[in-house]
Design a protein. Structure first.
Length: 363
């Protein structure tokens, strides 16, 4: 088991371009941590710094209490699985998985035992004597993972390992990685992805990176239910959370906010007299909206476009340019609503309140 600590870590290129700054993070032994964030936020760079493939410009990286800044990658007790499979095309699956152990001069018995155990865990036993060209994309990625397993590292690093797979294979391989973690509860894993479904389903905790730093750290449901800022609120969840501008018109145990289309009560976020008149954004997830015929409607608008997905229907309201004013995600099939005017309500307990980009929800 391995504990990892990042203390005020920074990454700068050429002393001029600052990519990451003030990264403070503790990863407990046995966790599966997922790094997510918008493109270019530095999540893969941070992973490569942990691996030793990128130099740390400032701060310290510790593994089990030992500073690793200047320790070569091969001596950090880390194995990395890349986006590309990087398999040797002229070697069989068995030879690919055994290669690192041969370089380390392990005995033939040790190598065979490690390869057989990894192949069994990843359901690769029928393919051990095949070349990579005879495997599917998902099988090749499992071989790449198996090559890491045989080394028995303290920490596994995954850099967008499923991004080259089609949708069905991504789902199957994601499940296999989750099952692999269950079979290896004492191993620490750090996983980088741009896919929030992978993050939500795999992670024990998620680290959201943005604006050269950490926007929020928490369990998947913490980030979904209690985002600390608008960036996290809109990044976690699909479609993204709706943000509607308004002004606080009533304070106390139940806050009221005046919107363009009506007034809404926010019962989960108490405010004080000092908050009266503040410009805020109301945050409502598309799945927390429902049609209404009553006076409690907070939004009434024309459906410009709808997407019927079977289990849910997505409604896009009053597009302003390329951006809809609001998106609703209704369970089931709702046909014939395009071009219609629909009124929506939201449960006051599921509404978020943001002032200057930060959540007003009590900690």
């Amino acid at each position: 088991m391995a504990q990892l600590k990042l203390r005020d870590v920074e990454k700068t290129y050429g002393g001029l371009v600052n990519v990451l700054r003030h990264i403070d993070l503790e990863i407990e032994a046995g966790e599966l941590i997922v790094f997510v964030g918008p493109s270019g936020c530095g999540k893969s760079t941070l992973l490569r710094m942990i691996a030793g493939l990128e130099k740390i410009s400032g701060g310290t990286l510790e593994i089990d209490g030992q500073v690793m800044n200047d320790v070569p990658p091969a001596q950090r007790g880390i194995a990395m699985v890349f986006q590309s499979y990087a398999l040797y095309p002229h070697m069989t699956v068995r030879e690919n998985m055994a290669f690192a152990l041969k370089i380390a001069k392990k005995s033939k018995a040790e190598i065979n035992a490690a390869v057989e155990e990894a192949a069994r865990a990843l359901q690769l036993e029928p393919y051990l004597d095949r070349l990579p060209k005879a495997l599917s994309g998902g099988q090749r990625q499992r071989v790449a993972i198996g090559r890491s397993i045989v080394r028995d590292p303290k920490i596994y690093l995954f850099d967008e390992p499923l991004s080259n797979l089609d949708a069905a294979l991504r789902v199957a391989t994601r499940i296999e990685i989750a099952q692999l973690k269950e079979r290896m509860p004492d191993r620490t894993m750090i996983y980088v992805t741009h896919d929030q479904v992978e993050a939500m389903t795999l992670a024990s905790r998620i680290v959201v990176l943005a604006n050269k730093g950490i926007a929020q750290v928490g369990t998947p449901l913490d980030l979904y239910e209690r985002p600390e800022n608008e960036l996290v609120a809109q990044f976690i969840g699909s479609p993204a959370m709706n943000l509607l501008p308004g002004t606080i018109t009533g304070t106390g145990a139940q806050t009221t906010v005046q919107l363009d289309h009506g007034e809404i009560a926010v019962s989960a976020i108490p405010t004080t007299d000092g908050d009266m008149g503040k410009a805020v954004n109301i945050g409502i997830r598309p799945e927390h909206l429902s049609p209404t015929e009553g006076p409690e409607a907070l939004f009434r608008g024309r459906v410009d476009y709808s997407e019927a997905l079977g289990e849910v229907t997505l409604l896009y309201f009053e597009a302003r340019g390329a951006e809809p004013a609001l998106i609703a995600k209704l369970p089931g099939i709702h046909a014939g609503l395009r071009g219609q005017t629909v009124a929506l309500r939201a449960d006051p307990d599921r509404v978020h309140l943001f002032h200057e980009g930060r959540s007003m929800r009590p900690a």
